[in-house]
Write a protein that binds this ligand. Structure first.
Ligand code: SIN
Length: 298
């Protein structure tokens, strides 16, 4: 992360006075008193980076910021990624993806079923996301929560023989793994063009990755995108993945985020998996997501 800070522009502005409070024993911290609509100094970004390393998910309360301000803040942590489903980019902001179940004139305004399965954003890319920022625009009166599972805690809690078995294993990740299944359920999902399919060729990453800043190990497989473990038979691979999917999302590793108006949540995709718990169809939900490019997992 320090390397990306060096690449980011310098902001020698005044520090803001803000507080960081843990949200619970598993992961997460709440940041209050920081206004992301104002300039954020390099010193404040350093403090945020430390909290991010410590807590993996940061909840910035009461952020009345524009999409351009979300993009600018996100860029302080590295270059941004554009999602392959460019159909759901916010007009004028190709790095902002609309996550929404709202339809206008019969057409979806955003990706309505994003996060239906546990995943780490863009794990199917050569350089998966360092982190993602999701800013609440419109929230339902019930439902719509987002769950986060701590993959360092999950790895550390694995039985020792299983940890040893995972050492050195690699797994394939594919954006297409569940695409047709989701499309059958939600026919509004666009058919992918050949160009889009070529953008998301399967990749291979370690089953256990090392966080590049803290050195902590984390499980790095997910039910959404991980298709197989390299070198195992189909049956062995499926059995091991099912075991890991179930273990990694056990309730003791999970923080449930109940959204408040104007929340912006910033999570570390190298440390957590996340899941959208679902919104009743008759209620509207809309959020804007930016994703920051990370490095190649090791
Ligand atoms: C996502 O997976 O990025 C979306 C999560 C959510 O909508 O809660």
């Amino acid at each position: 992360m320090e390397a990306t800070l060096d690449q980011a522009s310098r902001h020698d502005t005044a520090r803001q006075s803000f507080e960081i409070h843990p949200l619970g024993p598993v992961l997460g911290a709440e940041v209050t008193g920081l206004d992301l609509a104002k300039p954020v100094s390099d010193a404040d970004v350093q403090r945020i980076r430390q909290a991010y390393r410590d807590h993996h998910v940061l909840v910035f309360r009461s952020q009345r910021i524009s999409p351009a301000q979300q993009v600018a803040f996100s860029r302080r942590f590295g270059p941004l990624q554009k999602h392959v489903l460019h159909q759901f980019a916010l007009a004028g902001h190709p790095e902002v993806m609309i996550i929404s179940n709202i339809r206008e004139n019969g057409a979806p305004i955003g990706l309505g079923d994003a996060g239906h399965y546990w995943h780490s954003d863009l794990s199917y890319a050569e350089k998966p996301s360092l982190g993602s920022l999701l800013h609440a625009q419109e929230l339902p009166s019930e439902g719509g929560d987002t769950l986060f599972a701590n993959q360092h805690a999950a790895y550390e809690a694995l039985p020792e023989p299983l940890r040893q078995r995972l050492a050195g294993l690699q797994a394939e990740h594919s954006y297409l793994a569940k695409y047709e299944e989701l499309r059958a359920r939600n026919p509004w999902r666009p058919a992918l063009s050949q160009e889009q399919i070529e953008q998301v060729r399967p990749v291979v990453h370690p089953v256990v990755r090392t966080h590049p800043e803290t050195g902590r190990k984390a499980l790095f497989v997910s039910e959404h995108f991980t298709t197989r473990i390299v070198g195992l038979s189909d049956g062995e691979s499926r059995a091991l993945l099912e075991e890991l999917f179930a273990f990694s999302t056990r309730p003791e590793f999970v923080y449930r985020h109940v959204w408040r108006p104007h929340d912006m949540v910033f999570w570390d995709n190298r440390s957590v998996l996340h899941l959208a718990a679902g919104t009743p169809d008759h209620l509207r939900r809309k959020l804007y997501r930016t994703t920051i490019e990370g490095d190649t997992p090791f």
